[in-house]
Design a protein. Structure first.
Length: 85
């Protein structure tokens, strides 16, 4: 899947209201992906929601070190600022 196809898929999930699937993808990005790339793909509120879900799940937390979580918190802040313009 190309990056443009992936972006289209993310937008399609938003339009269809598939927050569960979108959340799952974002959680995987937080665990394994790049926060800089995540900034361009996801909205701040979506990132924050995923971080909340990770913190509530001890199984998810075992795959996320604190430094990674802080980087994604910053990414959520930047995404929110970018959305506001």
């Amino acid at each position: 899947m190309s990056s443009e196809d992936f972006r289209s898929y993310i937008e399609e999930l938003r339009q269809k209201g598939r927050r569960d699937e979108l959340g799952r993808i974002i959680r995987r990005f937080v665990q394994w992906g790049n926060a800089t790339e995540g900034l361009t793909l996801f909205r701040g509120e979506e990132i924050r929601e995923a971080l909340e879900q990770i913190r509530k799940s001890s199984r998810s937390l075992q795959f996320c070190d604190p430094v990674r979580l802080r980087a994604w918190e910053k990414a959520a802040e930047y995404a929110e600022r970018f959305e506001r313009g």
